[in-house]
Design a binder for this molecule. Structure first.
Ligand code: NAD
Length: 234
């Protein structure tokens, strides 16, 4: 790998692929969740209005699985980066594997599986600690609780903050994302021209604009320990 300039702020943009080797299924691709579930049935505001019980069951099952899996070598390597750099992880993932690996600065663009939010007041957010959300579980205002996730068709409240962070990157690592869910995918292309840009994905996405990236066609748990070691030893 070549072309690095002095760098101090490492920004990581991660997607479902980084958690695949921990046993959490990605959404697309072979074995993806959307082969078994339809987005329109479980991950949209309409689905919630139509059949909240089904939506809750979908997320309750994901949450239970979260506690049966562990961070992998990819998550752990990124946590190591904090020893030498200011690191911000912007993740599309709703799992908590970056935090459990030791990363301390994680921005969840699409929310967090292990939190619930009030439907009466979206500023009321609660830790679930692995518990299910059931119909009839309410906030202190009496509003039904829903998963604290961003559904398809909803706005992404953290997007502007994420854009500002990427614009200040000296190194951008894009890991395990198909770059097909917008507006998150646009973030990959906002880093300044001086920034070193590295992409890790066993199936390099066919996306315009990736010419500026060093593309590593490998699984994250294999590539990231090497990438991180190289960055730290420069
Ligand atoms: P995606 O499912 O669209 O794409 C996953 C990408 O990861 C693919 O390009 C695939 O080639 C790649 N990949 C598969 N195995 C990999 C590995 N071992 N190492 C590196 N890359 C690997 O996921 P996305 O781009 O994150 O977008 C989908 C949406 O799905 C996001 O909004 C996210 O919120 C949600 N999601 C989250 C989780 C989670 O929290 N773990 C899981 C599934 C989906």
């Amino acid at each position: 790998m070549t072309g690095a300039l002095p760098h101090s702020h490492v920004v990581v943009l991660s997607g479902a692929g980084i958690s695949a080797e921990s046993g959490i299924r990605t959404f697309r691709g072979g074995g993806g969740l959307w082969h078994d579930f339809r987005i329109e049935d479980v991950a949209t505001p309409d689905a919630w209005r139509r059949d909240p019980e089904k939506v809750l069951a979908f997320y309750n099952a994901r949450r239970r699985q979260l506690y049966s899996v562990e961070p992998n070598a990819g998550h752990r390597a990124l946590a190591e980066l904090e020893k030498d750099f200011a690191v911000t992880i912007i993740t599309q993932n709703i799992d908590n594997l970056h935090e459990r690996a030791g990363s301390t600065n994680v921005l969840h663009l699409h929310g967090e599986l292990d939190k619930a939010r009030s439907t009466a007041d979206e500023s009321l957010v609660y830790e679930l600690g692995g518990k299910d959300i059931c119909l009839g579980d309410t906030c202190e205002l009496g509003g039904q609780l829903r998963p604290h996730v961003v559904w398809f068709g909803e706005r992404v409240p953290e997007l502007e903050r994420a854009e500002d962070i990427v614009r200040r990157a000296d190194v951008l690592l894009v890991v395990g994302t198909s770059l097909s869910v917008y507006p998150a995918a646009n973030l990959a292309f906002l880093a300044p021209s001086h920034a070193r840009k590295i992409l890790v994905n066993p199936e390099i996405p066919d996306t315009v604009g990736l010419e500026a990236f060093e593309c590593l066609g490998e699984p994250a748990a294999q590539a990231l320990p090497r990438v991180v070691e190289e960055l730290r030893n420069r």
